[in-house]
Each structure stands twice: as C-alpha cells, then as structure tokens.
Design a binder for this molecule. Structure first.
Ligand SMILES: Nc1ccn([C@@H]2O[C@H](COP(=O)(O)O)[C@@H](O)[C@H]2O)c(=O)n1
Ligand code: ZN
Ligand code: ZN
Length: 597
C-alpha cells in the first residue's frame, strides 16, 4: 500500500517546501505484482539524471537513493539465500536534470559520490557525461575508476594530456557467484555532440576493431551481458552489436540493457537475445530474470515465483533466423521507485525496511541539500500543471503549448524588441524541456528539472519569406530528439486503487508494469516547436522578422535563414548577462506568476 508515512518521511527527510499534486497523495492500496526470481536476476537503472533525492511531487516515485540502496542490499541478501545470482546494471546519463545534481561546482558534486554507494556490476557512459570537457574529465578521473573495471566504454576515448586513450575498460570478463561466465561490453550510440576532448567511435567501426573481434570470438562465454546508452527499439547500433555477436555465437544468450530514450521497454532479437530499458529519472527499477543458463555450480535452492514470459511480438524487422526456440525462460518487470514496492519485494515493513546504510545515504542527501538553500527558493506559483508528453501540443495542458502560447511571447525577446514593430518567431528543440511543470510552488530545483540547459537565447533578423518555413525545415533537420509517451481510480475487479502512471506494451506483452496503473497518456512530440508573435498581419515576404533560437541548434537553424552563424546576436538579461533556456521559466515566474501559492 502506498502509505501516508512515505510522504511524511519524505517531508521530514528533505523538507523541501514540497507541493502536493492534487490526487497524487494516496494512502490507498494498489496492486503490486509478485516478481519471479530466476537463476540470474538483474536490477537495472538508466537515465537517472541526478534524481537521487526522489520525486517529491509524485508519490509513485517517492523513494530516494537511500531507499534504493537498502532495497539493493536486501535483494542481494535474498539472492544469496535463494542461491541465485543478482547483478546490477546502469546505462548512463547521470547529469543534467535536477538542481541537486546540477547546481553544484563541479556538476554532480553530491550526486556522483552517492551513486558510487550502490554496488553496480556493469555501467555504461551516457551522452550527458560527454557534452562538456569538465564533466567528461571528472567522469574519467573520478568516477570511472571507482568501478573496478566494470565502467565500460567500448567505443569512447578521451584525450589525456593530449594522448588519446580508452576512456575506461573496453570490456570485462567475469564469473558470477554461481558460476555463469559473462562477457560484457558497453557502448554509447553514435553520438556526435560530444566535447572535443573525447572521441566516440561509431558502433559499426568499434565492432570491427581487433580487441572486440578477439573477445567476441572467445568460446568460454555463457552469457553476453551488454549495457548501452542506446535506444533499445529499432536501433541500428544495437542491431550491429547483436549481429557482431551472432556472427560467432549462433545461440549464446545475449542480455542487453538500453537507455537514452527514457522509456520502459523490452525487446526480443531472437529466442536467446533480449533487452530491457528501465525508463528514466529514478522512476523505474528494471527487473530481468533468466533461467536455464549453463553453470558450473550446482545451485543450493530452486528459483521461486511465477512469471516466465514468452515473446508475443518480435521486434519488427527481425525474422528469427537465429534461434527461435530455446530452453531459456525470461521474465521482466518495471518496478516503480517507491517504498511500498521496495518493501513488498524484500518482505519488509515501513519499520524494518531501512538500515543504517540507506538512512546514512538519505541523511547525506538532506545535509547536502541543506548547503543549497537556493534550490527551494520560491520563484513564483505555477498557475496550472502542464505536461511534457501526456497530451498533444495542441492541448492547453501540454507544456509545449503553454511555452509557445504564453511563456515565450512574454519573456523571450532582446531588449526593446517586444513591440508590434518587431514580429518574432521563437523556436525551441523540444528535447531541451525534460519534465512536467506542476501547479503550485516553482523553485530553482523545479527549473532545473524542466530545463537544465544553459543554452543561450539568440536571434537574427530574416525576411518572412524564409523565416516562416524555419520551423518546418528544422523538423526534418538533424534531430535533437525527445519523444516519450492525477488522479486515482478504483478498480472494482481487484478491489484496489490505480494511480495514473506508465502502461507499457513491449515485445513480451503488457504485463511488465509491476504496479498496475491507468494510463497517464502519451503523445508524440515534434522535434521543435515555435511561437509566432505579431506575425499575423504580415503579407509581404520581404518583411523582416526576428527569429529566436538557442545556441544548442543555432548553427542548424542558420542554414535555413542567412546561412551565416555569425549573424546570431545573444539576447541579454537586464544586467547585460546571457539569457539561457534554463532562465526562461524563472523569468516567467518572477514577472508574471503569483507569489502566494
Ligand atoms: N545542451 C543541451 C544538451 C542536450 N539537449 C537536449 O537533450 C537531449 C538529450 O538528452 P537525453 O537525456 O535524451 O540524452 C538532446 O537530444 C537535446 O534535445 C539540449 O537541449 N541542450
Ligand atoms: Zn537521458
Ligand atoms: Zn541520453
């Protein structure tokens, strides 16, 4: 049951001036399914983006990193008791997403040491570890070496004092406690936005390299366990990795952990190759199990629980020329990141769940946050809730709709250029906006969650004839993507309650969500959206308009205007400093929202 004690505990621990979402606070019993324990069990996370303090406004995901630490430790003890293996995998993107992670110098000052407290067995790098030289260097020097050879970067290099070196280990070979021989690689997608202190080798080239060919041809492997900061579904990179392994191992099991797309998903390549992705932002813990692997150790006890699954919908494009049948059985569940879930699967209660290990981490979060009082400073009261991807952009409840109809026209303009004499087009990449804007208190922490980026607003003047098509042209330009997919309902069949949340359909069916929710909704978003301000009376293509973009995609947008990137002029704030994408909602809050929430 989602207990009220969870919220009181959170308020006590973090006391962050939290706002409670209408309908989000519930003490009502919900259906959390049992999980199957297999021969090999894997807990996975991805795209945590600094959300280690938990979701203070959404009880579905209200646990913090201390709770997760105790959950992991208890699950490990349970695995030992059952005589089965339990591994932990993370697929990268630790930065950019919360004030707790990003409002420090260096970025991740508090979050990275906390992340290191969890005994991960395999980690991959994400693109958010590679955008800036500062974060890349910090990851290289202070984070990757922590993992005893399990922070694997199969296709990333770094310039260390001018010398190009592997960022970390390229692969790892190891044997589990109960005798499964594993070969691990970890890749990032063919990312091109990395700092020039680093090199990302396209996956297709990396799998041709001699070190990979040597390792992939080993015969002493029971399982290829691969992490990757790569979208799981329909990914050319995963298909290349899968094929490179299958070239030498026609049926050796391959278990993949993807990420980057911020969704829950599971994909079957063939009957012994499957992958899972565990969502985003400490909302989801992935649970994947395999039975039937060869092992050189006799297990003490049998695995337990129901739940092995069969492939219901093989990934499109794959025709199962590789094994279509096997003796392996799989299960997968997407666990909600909350105390009732963690307590249920560890047979604990609110009183018995936490130990000094988890409580120490929670205290560390509270103490660290106390050194950042500015995070909870009230900027204004958001007048309503606006959702990033639950509703189409035409819907007034869509954040992108609110930005283009209200926020951008109100606050994005260069000094003095907000009158009818200056028609404006204000465009953003939708990927820059990363989380919902929720009604009530809006703080610096919330600002980081909605848009953490310091991309500078810039403008140039262009004739309406070209400016009017810039949005359409950018939709098909190189993609800076982001796509994704409160209340409580009583389910009279189960006699339990359901909250709005994820409802996932993957290659194994629709029973993957461990807590039963009703669908919170999802809508595809375009890659860019724009506000047109004072343009409705323009009849002449030669009329000049101001086109606003951010520095993140200014070079691409220039191609459709003058073609000249030097024509962009930075928008400045009242003190002459830059005005960044991060500053947009705080400016709106300060100027236009009530201060009495
Ligand atoms: N300076 C930046 C960097 C990235 N973005 C947006 O974030 C997206 C990547 O985030 P993931 O968590 O999906 O890796 C990227 O596609 C951009 O849309 C940005 O706006 N500014
Ligand atoms: Zn991400
Ligand atoms: Zn990513």
């Amino acid at each position: 049951m989602l207990g009220g004690s969870v919220n009181h505990e959170l308020m006590r621990r973090h006391d962050l001036g939290k706002r409670i979402q209408p309908g989000a606070l519930t003490t009502l019993p919900q259906q959390i399914k049992d999980i199957h324990w297999g021969q090999l069990n894997i807990l996975s996370t991805t795209d945590t983006h600094g959300w280690l303090a938990g979701h203070l406004l959404d009880e579905n995901y209200s646990s913090d990193w201390g709770d997760f630490a105790d959950f992991v430790r208890k699950m490990k003890a349970k695995a030992d008791m059952l005589g089965v293996d339990l591994l932990l995998v993370d697929s990268g993107d630790l930065h950019d997403g919360t004030g707790f992670g990003d409002a420090t110098e260096p970025n991740g000052k508090f979050t990275l040491p906390l992340f290191k407290q969890i005994p991960y067995d395999l980690l991959s790098i994400g693109n958010h570890e590679l955008y800036t030289t500062e974060i890349a260097n910090n990851t290289y020097h202070n984070f990757a070496p922590n993992w005893g050879g399990r922070y694997i970067t199969s296709n990333v290099d770094i310039f260390d004092n001018g010398v190009q070196k592997p960022f970390s280990q390229r692969y790892a070979y190891y044997e589990t406690k109960f005798g499964i021989r594993i070969m691990s690689f970890a890749f990032i997608f063919n990312f091109t936005g990395n700092s020039n202190a680093t090199v990302v080798t396209p996956v297709g080239d990396a799998v041709q390299q001699s070190w990979f060919q040597q390792q992939v041809q080993r015969t002493d492997v029971d399982l290829f366990l691969i992490a990757g900061h790569i979208t799981l579904r329909d990914s050319p990179e995963w298909n290349l990795i899968y094929s490179a392994i299958r070239q030498h191992h026609s049926s050796t099991p391959i278990q993949i952990f993807g990420g980057h797309r911020h969704v829950r998903d599971a994909v079957a390549w063939d009957a012994t190759a499957m992958g899972t992705a565990a969502g985003r932002y400490c909302e989801t813990v992935g649970w994947s199990t395999i039975d039937g692997l060869p092992t050189n150790v006799t297990r003490a006890k049998s695995p337990m629980g129901q739940g092995s699954i069969s492939i219901t919908k093989p990934m499109s494009g794959y025709n199962f020329t590789q094994p279509s049948k096997s003796n392996l059985t799989y299960s997968r569940q997407y666990l909600d990141f909350n105390r009732p879930t963690f307590e249920k699967h560890t047979q604990s209660t609110d009183q018995t769940f936490n130990t000094s290990y988890g409580l120490g981490i929670t205290k560390n979060i509270t103490d660290s946050r106390d050194t950042l009082p500015e995070l909870t400073e009230l900027l204004g009261c958001a007048p309503d809730s606006y959702y990033l991807s639950r509703f189409p952009t035409s819907d007034p409840r869509s954040l992108l709709n609110y930005l283009t109809t209200t926020v951008f026209p109100s606050v994005v303009y260069a000094q003095g250029r907000n009158t009818f004499d200056y028609p404006r087009i204000i465009m953003t990449n939708t990927g820059g906006f990363r989380y919902d804007l929720l009604k009530g208190r809006f703080t610096i922490d919330n600002a980081y969650q909605v848009n953490p980026y310091q991309n500078l607003w810039q403008y140039m003047t262009a004739p309406w004839g070209v400016a009017k098509d810039v949005l359409m042209n950018m939709q098909t330009d190189r993609v800076y993507k982001r796509q994704a997919s409160d209340d409580t309902q009583f389910n009279s069949t189960t006699g339990l309650y359901e909250t709005a949340g994820y409802v996932t359909e993957d290659d194994f069916g629709s029973d993957g969500d461990n807590t039963v929710h009703f669908d919170q909704g999802s809508a595809n978003t375009p890659h860019y959206v724009a506000a047109n301000v004072s343009t409705s009376n323009i009849t002449d293509d030669s009329t000049l308009v101001d086109v606003y973009v951010t520095s993140f995609f200014a070079a691409a947008a220039a191609k459709y205007l003058t073609g000249n990137t030097t024509d962009w002029i930075n928008v400045t704030n009242s003190t002459g400093g830059g005005f960044a994408s991060f500053d947009t909602l705080p400016a709106m809050a300060k100027l236009f929202w009530s201060k009495d929430c």
